[in-house]
Design a protein around this ligand. Sequence first.
Ligand code: ACM
Ligand code: ZN
Length: 507
Amino acid sequence: MKYFFYLFSAVVLLAAFVSCKGNKDASGPIAVVPNPVSVEYGGRGVKIPSGATMPRLYESVDKKLATEEYILDTRRGRVKIRGGSDTAVFWGRQTLLQIIAQVREQGGNWIPGVLIHDKPAFAYRGAHLDCCRHFFTVDEVKEFIDMIALHKINVFHWHLTEDQGWRAEIKQYPRLTEVGSVRAETLVGHYGSKEYDGTPYGGFYTQDEMRDVVAYAAERFVTVIPEIEMPGHASAALASYPELGCRGADYPYKVQTTWGIFPEVFCAGNPETVTFLEKVFDEICDIFPSEYIHIGGDEAPREEWEKCPKCQALMKEKGFTREAELQSYLVTTIEQYLAGKGRKIIGWDEILDGGVSQSATVMSWRGAKGGIAAAKMGNDVVMTPNIYFYLDYYQTSDPQGNEEPLAIGGCLPLRKCYSFDPFDQLDDSEKTHIKGIQANIWTEYIATFDKVQHMALPRLAALAEVAWSNGNRTEYDDFVDRIVRSLLPIYDERGYNYAPYAFKDIE
Ligand code: ACM
Ligand code: ZN
C-alpha cells in the first residue's frame, strides 16, 4: 500500500510536469500576438533566475526552416530558439518577451513549458511614419523602430519629404534643408481653420543620422525604406530650387504652412528635374541599402503641366495625349535609373495613372482597389488601404465622448483594422502578388511622439497579426485578450502611450 502511494504520488507529479499544469505561474494558456501557427503545452518550463530579466537563451539557426520561421521551446528547463536565420531567431525572442511579460505581470518567475512554431504570412510587414508634417528626433524614430520590432513588423517606411518640410540632408542640394526644412508657421486646429501659430517650425536628419537609424533598424531586423516624393508634395523642394517647378525660378514657392494637396509639382518638361531627382536618389541609395526605394507618386495635380510650355513640349515630343502620361514618364524614368543601381521602386497607387511598368510595386492606399487592380495586372502590391490602416484616423465612432485627441477624421477602431482581408477579390495566382501590408501614420495632427504612440498602439498589433497570422487569426475577442495579456505589460514597462479606449467595442 505504501508503495502504491509512492507510485501514485510520482504519477501525479509527472503529470504536473508534462501537462500544462507545469505552467506554474501564468493562469490559463499563454497569450502571444501575432497568433502563432501552433502552440503546444508540455514539459516543466523554465525558471527565470532571480535578478535576471530572462533566462539564458540557447539560440541556433536551422536552415531547414524558412528565413523568418522560428521554433521556441521551453519544455525542458531551458529556452531554445531555433530559426531559419538570425532574423527568425530575433522574432522568436520577441515572442519570449511577451511570455515573460505575462508571467511577471502575475508575479511569477516560471515560464510555462511550450513549443511554439511560427512564420509570417507576408514577407513585407510595414509601418510608416511621416516625419515631415511634424518632425521626430532620431531618438524618437529609434523608439518607433523598437515599437514595430516588438510587433515583428520588419519594414519602417520613412516619409522624408513633403510640402511642409524636406527632412533629408542632400549634399549636392544644400538648400533642400537650409530652406526646405523650415516652414514659417503651422496651422492651428483642423484643416479649414484660419489660425496659424506664427512660429517657424523645422528639423532635418543629417546623412550620418539617417545612417545611424538604418544601422539601428538593421540590428532589429527592420529594413528602412526611404520615401522621396515626386512629382507632387514638392513645395519644400520647389521653395529651395524654384527653377524645378513649372512656374519657374522667379516664382516665390514656399514651404507650406497648412495641410492638403497643392498644385505646385515638379516640372516634368524640364530636364533639370530628372537630373535633380537622380542626384537626390544617388545620395539616398548611398544611405539606404533597401531593395525598395519609395518614390511617392500620390496626389500630384496636373493643372500646372497643362499650362506649362515645357511640359506641353515634352508631351508633343513623346506623343503623349494626356498629362497623366507625364506622371508615368517621370516614374518610369526614375524607375529605370534606380534599376541601374539594383533597386526597385514602390509608389502610391496613383503611379498606376498613365501606365506603370510591370516591375513597379504598388502601395494601395485609396482603399484596396488600386492594389486589387495592380495584382490583376501582375504587379506586386503592398496593401495599406486608408479605411483599414491609416492610423491617423480616430479610433472610435465617438471621438468627443471618448476624449480622443484631434485626428484627421475617419473612424478606424481596432476591430476594423483586424478585419482586413488582404486577398479580397483575388484568385490564387493574383494573391502571390500581395507582398504584404502596412499601416501609415500621417502627422498633420500629430505633433508629439507621445501622440504617435497613442495613435499607433494598439492598432499596430492588428496590422502585425494580419501580416503574420492571415488564415490563422482568432476571434476578435481572443485577439483583444491576447493583447491585454501579452503586449500591454510591455507597453507599460517601456512607457509606451497607448489609446486607453481602443478596446471599447465601438464601430
Ligand atoms: C497618401 O495618403 N497621400 C498616400
Ligand atoms: Zn512644367
